[in-house]
Design a protein around this ligand. Sequence first.
Ligand SMILES: NC(=O)c1ccc[n+]([C@@H]2O[C@H](COP(=O)([O-])OP(=O)(O)OC[C@H]3O[C@@H](n4cnc5c(N)ncnc54)[C@H](O)[C@@H]3O)[C@@H](O)[C@H]2O)c1
Length: 300
Amino acid sequence: MNVILDYIALFFIAIYAYLEAFIKLFIPAKRKSVSGDIVLITGSGHGIGRLTALEFAKLQSVLVLWDINKDGNEETAEQCRKLGAKAFPYVVDCSKRNEIYAAAEKVKTTIGDVDILINNAGVVFGVEFLELQDHQIEKTFEVNILAHFWTTKSFLPAMMKRNQGHIATVASVCGHIGLTYLVDYCASKFGAVGFHECMTEELASLGKDGIKTTCLCPVFINTGFVQNPSTRLWPVLTPEHVAKCFVDGILTNKKMILVPPSVKTFLTLSKFLPQRVISRINRMQEVQFSTKFRSATKMD
Ligand SMILES: NC(=O)c1ccc[n+]([C@@H]2O[C@H](COP(=O)([O-])OP(=O)(O)OC[C@H]3O[C@@H](n4cnc5c(N)ncnc54)[C@H](O)[C@@H]3O)[C@@H](O)[C@H]2O)c1
């Protein structure tokens, strides 16, 4: 009997969720205020991390900036200050657990509890699996996913006490589909998507509805992270557009941000299509890029 009641409840919840989603199409989502909030961004010395910092600076948040690149990070801090925001750059190697823990303690004692944690730092090698060095595989996982555990372990306890905060994960479309020459990268980004989804579920189960989560999954972006990227299906995105979508998603507590949104259709279809068809579509995309570790990486 209980099972039948569960299914009936599920049916009504599904109808409610679809109706809610439909109505929200016509009502602009409310944006939360982040003025004075402490926002910590990893990988803030360049690209999406820097532009995300600048968006929060415009909203008068307090920026805590972590990057391995001292000069780039200080440049980001300077640009944030020009926008009237407080900014505190730290040199942190996010592949090192102890550096993360030590820097987190410093932030908590000198600046305060972090309100919004943005795990953005990332690395990519983009070489064929058997050419990948063991230390490269380890680095990919240390920066692209393990660091998320260490930063979240550092800053979540204070969020839990207040039942307030936000954890944002920068993953990638590569966290949903596998691509040639990106075995380590895709596996780490699947990990990042899994981290976000499990964290979201766990916080909900623990009744911590004041702690929000957001995951960003874009296609190629023109930041120089990979060189000369191109695909037939999707545009190469501008970093400014992606940073705006990301911050807008955080302000509206959006769970998953796919950029461009049409990626969602492809991901939904890929759940139903046979593997042979998916492989064919992947080849039809003619994904191309190079990295400093391999030139002119071509997928076919
Ligand atoms: N550019 C793309 O095509 C693309 C697409 C999808 C997702 N992403 C993801 O977006 C995020 C940001 O990438 P981006 O395009 O801005 O790249 P980027 O190279 O412009 O910036 C990455 C930043 O991370 C920093 N970083 C690297 N290793 C670090 C470490 N060990 N410790 C601390 N900081 C470190 C770098 O110094 C740099 O400032 C990454 O997680 C990446 O995987 C990028």
